[in-house]
Design a protein around this ligand. Structure first.
Ligand SMILES: O=P(O)(O)OC[C@H]1O[C@](O)(CO)[C@@H](O)[C@@H]1O
Length: 546
């Protein structure tokens, strides 16, 4: 028996009627009819402003969407998330990432564990930054390499890049994720083992990529002359499986704990965020946590129709389930936010790419959308053509800052202007009559106008949010990330799916191991499909020495 979304919401028909009404109305008309539209459909909290006025919503749509959220008991679900109920039902655990950025004194058991870990982490950062921590030859550490993948890489990597203006310059921070040896090989060729510290970041401490890269790093260190008993000066681990890290050979003193109640893709606020703290210092890391904490407070207390993450979630629910979209673009107009789309791909798609409800019943409705994007203005000279004139509608999040960190003011003006112009052009478009009139005014012949004008029409009526902040700081970045985390949960609640497990990645991992074994033993099972057999055989022939 499939689960129908229409069974979950008694106002399903009203929502569909509202969606149909938008077939005969445009966003441009909505702006003409209501000069106060931008103010009416904007919310400010935790240093962020969400302007969602260029979306296919009006007050009726919004109240229907909020009514749907109430029927899904979103308010209750938020309470359950924040107080540590086992919202991750398939793994029977809480998803308490909000406890990682608690504000004020640590009071719960989880917060106290976080406080103790952060204090220990602060000691490490301090000792490396000050040069007190020495490598095996007595040199100070100049380079820190995070070895991790997925949630143990994307968040720290994205934030480290995003906060470039806050880098203290004490150490260079690098990231290695891919099992492709090219990544670690290229990096280590540029580094001096005697002044390199590796952070092995793995919640499970069983991830192939991370273990293989760590073994390679250890060999590189030993080959350079580091004695076995000196490795402790070059390896630190962050894991919820402390015993496995120790078994792997990391000194017990150097293992920083993580907990089962933190999901991998929600963990950058824990010791998994160590590379961030190495880059920007502990004070800025704590400001990042505080920014997220402020967004947590907002999510937990603001009414649903004035709640940034809830609105972001309701809008995606609206587009995905009523207006037929299946992708969403993240377009940060901030060079330093260039890794945000990649980070959000894991956050959104690993969380909400599910086909069964929390109770395991197959759904008949669309869940998580495909997330993609790049930094503005680069995308304008690449895929924006499709956004403006293609046949598919893509809801967009534009992210912009009012002020830059650099002093090149005129470039920041152009950056901001382009962001606003894209959002405006997608909404207003340019119809045939206007296009023809413009061509006529430019002296183009009627014959040419007839052939050219259709190509120059911009349909418009394409939706976008603009998320605005004064400046990209640790606090505003923390709030931005937490807003997306809670948007994901909001969608999970509306779709009645578990946003905190990721069973879909397991089969590929398992088959990867089987195929690696077939490569090692050259024993290719005859019942494998012919494509797989042929590919493995080709690899074995090309690598006879393996
Ligand atoms: O931190 P770990 O346990 O090495 O896992 C890395 C990543 O692998 C996954 O489990 C699956 O790809 C992610 O959810 C996780 O972030």
């Amino acid at each position: 028996m499939q689960k129908k979304l229409s069974d979950l919401f008694s106002n399903w028909d009203q929502l569909n009627t509202a969606a149909n009404e938008w077939q005969n109305r445009t966003l441009a008309e909505a702006f003409q009819q209501d000069t106060n539209r931008a103010a009416r459909f904007s919310v400010t909290a935790a240093g962020l402003q969400l302007d969602y006025s260029k979306n296919h919503v009006d007050e009726n749509t919004l109240s229907q969407l909020v009514a749907a959220a109430e029927q899904a008991d979103l308010s209750g679900a938020i309470k359950r998330l924040m107080r540590g109920d086992h919202v991750n039902n398939t793994e029977d655990r809480p998803a308490l990432h909000s406890a990682l950025r608690y504000l004020g004194e640590a009071s719960t058991e989880e917060e106290k564990a976080v406080a103790a870990t952060l204090e220990k982490m602060a000691g490490l950062i301090d000792s490396v930054h000050s040069g007190e921590w020495k490598g095996y030859t007595g040199e100070k550490i100049t380079d820190v390499v995070n070895i991790g993948i997925g949630g143990s890489d994307l968040g720290p990597r994205m934030v480290t890049k995003a906060l470039t203006p806050f880098h203290t310059g004490h150490v260079n921070v690098h990231f290695v994720a891919n099992v492709d040896g090219a990544e670690i090989y290229d990096l280590t060729r540029k580094l001096n083992p005697a002044s390199t510290l590796f952070l092995v970041a793995s919640k499970s401490f069983s991830t192939l990529e991370t273990l293989e890269n760590s073994l390679t790093a250890r060999k590189w260190m030993l080959d350079s002359g580091c004695a076995q008993d000196q490795l402790k000066h070059h390896f630190v681990a962050i894991s919820s499986k402390v015993d496995k890290a120790v078994e792997f050979g990391i000194d017990a003193e150097n293992v920083y704990p993580l907990w089962d109640w933190v999901g991998g893709r929600y963990s950058l606020w824990s010791a998994i965020g160590m590379p961030i703290a190495f880059a920007v210092g502990m004070e800025n890391f704590n400001k990042l946590r505080a920014g997220a904490g402020a967004m947590d407070q907002h999510f937990a207390t603001a009414p649903l129709d004035k709640n940034i993450p809830v609105l972001m979630g309701l809008l995606m629910f609206w587009y995905s389930n009523f207006l037929g979209t299946d992708t969403q673009a993240i377009l940060p107009y901030a060079y330093h936010l260039q890794l945000l789309p990649a980070y959000l791909q894991q956050l959104e798609m690993e969380s909400n790419g599910k086909s069964v409800t929390r109770d395991g019943v197959k759904v008949d409705y669309q869940t998580g959308s495909i997330v993609w994007g790049t930094e503005g203005t680069n995308g304008q000279h690449s895929f924006h053509q499709l956004l403006h004139q293609g046949t598919t509608m893509v809801p967009i999040d534009f992210i912009a800052t009012l002020q830059a960190h650099h002093p090149i003011a005129h470039q920041h003006k152009y950056l901001f202007a382009n962001c606003v112009a894209q959002s405006q052009a997608l909404m207003t478009g340019r119809d045939l009559a206007t296009t023809e009139a413009e061509l006529r005014a430019a002296g183009v012949s009627e014959e040419e106008i007839a052939s050219l004008a259709p190509h120059k029409v911009h349909p418009g009526n394409r939706p976008s949010n603009v998320i605005l902040m004064e400046k990209l700081t640790p606090e505003t970045l923390g709030a931005l990330i937490a807003a997306y985390e809670h948007k994901v949960y909001t969608l999970g609640v509306l779709w009645n799916i578990n946003s905190y497990d990721q069973w879909g990645v397991e089969l590929g991992k398992l088959l990867g191991t089987h195929i690696a074994n077939a490569i090692t033993t050259t024993d290719i099972p005859g019942d494998w499909d012919s494509s797989t057999q042929t590919l493995v055989r080709k690899f074995n022939e090309a690598n006879k020495s393996l």
